[in-house]
Design a protein around this ligand. Structure first.
Ligand SMILES: [Zn+2]
Length: 324
């Protein structure tokens, strides 16, 4: 044999060649930008643990949404910080709740923007859990009724999609039935299907003021050690009528994404969560990593693993980079 016939480096010799044979391409069209809406007017308050992210009052958020859309991001995911909290999280399903008001304003100001609403109770309950609590337990079936109302009021306010993140059993089926019975059969459900009880959510707890006041979320969110169970959770949500299924977090769970891509035909979303964001941001601020390269590389990896849709706090900035 002469010197190896195969020299993979031949196709790496120039950017034009590398670009021609590139297997995975990032597009702003697949990004979703998570945003936090709070009471008041004229509010734009930076979230300490997530620099560059803010609590926005409805008026300022509406302006921001126009600029997000103009940057080329097609969709936002809304989280609400209510005026007050109670045991049953009534702020979540109040037709005049913070998210419902925000949706109406955004759809008026930027009708082309896809508005997705997170459906959960934890930002609205005084105990910070994702459902109704009785004697220290998060009750599954009574919670479903409140989640259904939450999703319905969001869709009635004009949300283009609802995204249950609670991890209660049977949530997608209950929400689907509620929407269908109220003339909202066309509203899709993006289910947080494989959502792990992850330490990577740390910074979000401050952003959404949603840390549980007692215990943790391990009785409903998934054990990080489990892979087969994730496939079962995804299969259940699809059987119940989910239109898009999500894996969360993203980068530490690429094996779950890749496996889900092989096993299911449904559109797949991945959430690059607050901890993933803040780790990159902190290292970049310390001068330890090349910020732009590491952001693009992490998003490319998530896409390569199989995500069709990526939720990321970098969405607006990345859309600008990709569009330039
Ligand atoms: Zn929750």
């Amino acid at each position: 044999m002469p010197f190896p016939i195969h020299r993979p480096r031949r196709l790496r010799r120039s950017e034009a060649l590398r670009d021609m044979v590139r297997e995975t391409r990032l597009s702003a069209r697949s990004l979703v930008y998570p945003l936090f809406v709070c009471p008041g007017t004229g509010v734009k308050e930076e979230i300490r643990s997530m620099p560059g992210n803010y609590h926005w009052s409805v008026d300022r958020l509406t302006e921001e949404c126009k600029s997000v859309f103009d940057a080329g991001v097609p969709a936002v995911m809304l989280f609400g910080i209510p005026e007050s909290k109670d045991e049953e999280g009534t702020g979540a399903y109040d037709p005049q709740g913070i998210v419902q008001r925000a949706v109406r304003a955004i759809k008026k100001a930027a009708p082309g923007l896809i508005v997705i609403c997170d459906v959960c109770l934890c930002e609205y309950t005084s105990h910070g859990h994702c459902g109704i609590v009785k004697e220290g337990n998060v009750m599954n079936d009574p919670t479903l009724e409140l989640l259904a109302k939450t999703a319905r009021t969001q869709a009635e306010a004009g949300a283009d999609m609802v995204a249950p993140s609670d991890m209660m059993d049977g949530h997608v089926a209950r929400i689907r039935r509620e929407l269908d019975e109220h003339g909202l059969a066309e509203t899709p459900i993006l289910a947080y299907a494989a959502k792990y009880a992850s330490a990577f959510y740390g910074p979000f707890r401050e952003a959404a003021d949603s840390a549980p006041k007692f215990g943790d979320r391990k009785s409903y969110q998934m054990d990080p050690a489990n892979q087969r169970e994730a496939m079962r959770e995804i299969a259940l949500d699809l059987e119940e009528g989910a239109d898009i299924v999500m894996v969360k977090p993203a980068l530490p769970y690429l094996d779950i994404l890749a496996l889900a891509r092989r096993e299911f035909d449904a559109p797949l979303a991945a959430y690059q969560v607050s901890g993933e964001f803040s780790l990159i941001e902190a290292a970049a601020r310390a001068g330890w990593v090349d910020r732009e390269r590491i952001i693009l590389e992490s998003l490319t990896a998530i896409r390569r693993a199989g995500a069709d849709v990526i939720l990321t706090y970098f969405a607006k900035e990345v859309a600008r980079w990709l569009g330039r």
